[in-house]
Write a protein that binds this ligand. Structure first.
Ligand SMILES: *Cc1c(COP(=O)(O)O)cnc(C)c1O
Length: 356
């Protein structure tokens, strides 16, 4: 008997290329789209190592944990890094980016996370892109948590390296990801002696051996299951309509914010301004004295299938994440999450001992 996952015909170069084209349409981009055979951290790291070096001055915007990681990679590449950190309850503004350029005109690279599932904020990429473009810097964007939940438009926004993954709002696989690469970004990589070559992290390998060869020969056997899952997930978005998928996420976020306040137990949206809150996931702040990780544990004991998590690291005490993305971007899931959180908030085990 043939097995549905195991006995598959090989994935052809033509099908691989057609999946890249589907992803390019999703991003509304004419740039090259390279699909990478790994979780999104692969193109995120590959794009930084390909373009940054000792001559680079990078403005690294930190609005959550990923910005921290990008700064570490940039420093590891020998770049001079200017960190611009904003509090996690807000977004960065285009004016702050302008000020950073005024203070450091030598900035030639900007790294930014579009939406942060981990902190629940989303940044105004269109306006920031105008500023970055005006200064001629290369613009690197992590759109893993925004793609499918809100517009991601690398060409319109002047993004040179736009990384996406399918595992959040796209409702797809985590083991494959993609990056759109502008001509400017390819030129920067070609001129960078430290850009990975003959390496799994190398985007240049894909440019030279796949794209420039007319996409006829793959560099290695494609990750077949993930590629088929990615194709299925983009087809499903096309069938539902990208606008409809995004509207589901926006509605889930709005309902979660309103519902948390309506519960009356002191839960508040973590991101103060709704316009700066990411449609992909909503973060909530517990009232002082209430341990967020205990609330989440209690809610999950009522229903272990809920997409709830406490914040990472130090945020575990005060932040609840409602990950209403992909198949969970529905009113039903939001209602179930809110009902469980409401019940958990009345439990006595959730109070944290005040440190003296
Ligand atoms: C989820 C996410 C990623 C992917 O990383 P994981 O550790 O696999 O979750 C990358 N960037 C952002 C902004 C994300 O939200």
């Amino acid at each position: 008997m043939t097995h549905p996952f195991l006995d598959l015909a090989p994935l052809s170069a033509a099908q691989f290329a057609s999946i890249e084209d589907r992803v390019a349409r999703l991003l509304d981009t004419r740039q090259d789209v390279v699909i990478m055979q790994g979780e999104a951290l692969l193109p995120l790291e590959g794009a930084i190592r390909g373009t940054a070096g000792p001559g680079t001055t990078a403005l690294n915007v930190i609005t959550g944990p990923y910005g921290q990681t990008f700064g570490d990679w940039l420093r590891d590449c020998g770049a001079t890094v200017i960190d611009l950190a904003v509090p996690f309850h807000t977004a960065v503004t285009a004016a702050q980016i302008s000020e950073a350029f005024a203070e450091h005109p030598e900035i030639d690279f900007v790294s930014l996370v579009h939406a942060e599932a981990a902190t629940g904020n989303t940044n105004p990429v269109a306006g920031i892109g105008e500023v970055v473009r005006a200064h001629g810097a290369l613009f690197y964007l992590d759109a893993v948590a925004s793609i499918g939940a809100e517009p991601v438009l690398p060409d319109a926004w002047g993004v040179d390296l736009c990384v996406i993954g399918a595992q959040k709002a796209m409702g797809g696989p985590a083991g494959v990801s993609a990056v759109s690469v502008s001509e400017r970004a390819w030129a920067r990589m070609a001129a960078n002696p430290r850009a990975p070559r003959r390496s799994y992290l190398s985007l240049l390998d894909w440019k030279q051996r796949w794209i420039d060869g007319g996409r006829r020969t793959l560099l290695h056997a494609p990750a077949q299951l993930e590629m088929l899952a990615l194709e299925a997930c983009v087809r499903r978005i096309e069938a539902e309509g990208l606008e409809t998928v995004m509207a589901r996420h926006a509605a889930a976020a709005a309902a979660t914010r309103a519902g948390a306040l309506a519960l009356g137990g002191g839960l508040e949206p973590y991101v103060h301004d709704a316009a700066e809150a990411a449609p992909v996931a909503t973060t909530l702040r517990t009232p002082s004295g209430v341990d967020a990780s205990a609330v989440v544990a209690r809610a999950l004991s009522l229903d272990p299938t809920l997409p709830l998590a406490a914040g990472g690291g130090a945020l575990a005490k005060e932040m609840i994440r409602v990950n209403h993305y992909g198949a969970d971007a529905t009113p039903e899931t939001v209602r179930r999450c809110l009902a469980a959180l409401g019940a958990a908030m009345t439990h006595e085990d959730i109070h944290r001992v005040t440190e003296c």
